[in-house]
Ligand binder design. Structure first.
Ligand code: GLA
Length: 382
């Protein structure tokens, strides 16, 4: 892929480009907690977006070629937003880092990658991260990785319309081989948690449902949490976000809340605890407890946060019954995408051999299986 991107650059543009990559991510546990100032446990994966890029000396003119869409676009950085969604990510992140002080000029770029699209592996965060990282380097910026993650998140807010948290961009930028990132989304401090998967596999099974509801329902969930917090904050002035809210507070003030908001808030408090408990267990080598927390996360996301779908529930339910699957849960924003499994090496083949036909019989399609390895974050390759 890397060679292909560099070769295509030379075919379409002048000169010798630099080459960068930023990976997609998985999240072992902790969903819908990031925008509530909570905890998450993501990691970067061995599938990435690659970008060959070179400043072109033209004031603010950007020429882009997307390998995956086999399409070219030219836009001005200070002009209107491009029509193509994929170009908006680049336009957005370039403008966000300019606002943070990087003097971004015109550039030519070719990009493409092997992060499966629409499977919930954060291909869009990988795209934002690779361009944020590359442009910061190419134009002599001094932004650090935290600021670049923020620029990617703001791209989603200001140019795409998804009010996401910072997990995906953070994982793409900070990922490290064999390491999970326990991120405190309030302070943005993180603890690297060694993840030695010897004897185990991380496997994703794609429900084949494209998460079309994801952006609208995602923003609704975020609002429901904020509404819950506002009720508690009326009584408890120290409460700023769901991170500050306890079950006791919800017992006290929950009757003033919309019951749906109450349910969402309870889920987030529990999910934060599952991240902490799961991490502690993992550090002690107590894999079984870690897995139980993963399973609990799925049940909560499905029943209390209501961001699952029948296909995801089917896969997770199948996994929870299967000997050798340590833990399994839907992952990411929801309404489609993948179930992440942490599974014993020796159960890998028999599990998939049993799941695939059962899923196909029920839903008429074979689910896609994506094996991932935990890898490094954004970097310059050449
Ligand atoms: C999407 C968002 C993230 C996070 C997850 C749910 O991936 O981009 O910020 O909120 O959903 O955990």
């Amino acid at each position: 892929m890397q060679q292909k991107i560099s070769a295509l650059f030379k075919e379409k543009f002048q000169g010798e480009p630099s080459l960068y990559s930023s990976p997609g991510r998985v999240n072992l546990i902790g969903d819908h907690t990031d925008y509530n100032d909570g905890f998450v446990l993501p990691a970067a994966i061995d599938k990435a977006i690659y970008a060959a890029i070179k400043p072109n000396g033209m004031d603010g003119t950007v020429n882009l070629y997307s390998v995956d869409y086999d399409a070219s676009v030219t836009f001005a950085l200070d002009g209107p937003k491009p029509e193509q969604m994929w170009a908006c990510f680049v336009y957005g992140v370039a403008n966000e880092i300019s606002r943070m002080g990087v003097r971004v000029g015109g550039f030519d770029a070719v990009f493409g990658g092997d992060v499966p699209l629409g499977a919930g592996l954060s291909s869009s965060a990988a795209l934002e991260s690779v361009f944020g990282f590359a442009l910061n380097e190419e134009f002599g910026g001094s932004l650090d990785r935290r600021q670049l993650a923020r620029a990617g998140q703001l791209t989603e807010h200001n140019y795409i319309g998804v009010m996401c948290g910072i997990m995906d961009q953070f994982a793409s930028l900070f990922g490290k081989e064999d390491t999970l990132i326990k991120l405190d989304c309030r302070s943005l401090e993180f603890e690297p948690v060694p993840f030695n998967t010897k004897g185990y596999r991380v496997v994703l099974v794609d429900s084949m449902v494209k998460h079309s509801l994801a952006s609208s329902e995602y923003n609704v969930r975020r609002r429901q949490c904020e509404e819950g917090v506002a009720v508690v904050a009326r009584h408890e002035p120290g409460v700023k976000t769901l991170r500050d809210v306890t079950h006791e507070m919800l017992d006290k003030y929950g009757s003033e809340m919309d019951p749906v908001s109450l349910k969402r808030c309870r889920f987030v408090i529990d999910e934060n605890k599952r991240v902490s408990d799961g991490c502690e267990a993992l550090k002690k080598g107590d894999i079984e407890t870690f897995g139980r927390n993963m399973n609990g996360s799925h049940t909560g996301l499905s029943r209390e946060y209501e961001v699952s779908c029948p296909e995801l529930d089917f896969i997770a339910g199948f996994a929870h019954q299967f000997d050798g699957v340590i833990g399994a849960r839907m992952m990411g924003g929801g309404f489609g995408g993948c179930v992440i499994h942490f599974i014993k090496e020796e159960a890998h083949d028999s599990y998939l051999a049993a799941l695939k036909p059962a899923f196909k019989e029920k839903y008429g399609v074979e689910p896609r299986v994506i094996d991932v390895v935990i890898g490094d974050g954004s970097r310059r390759l050449v």
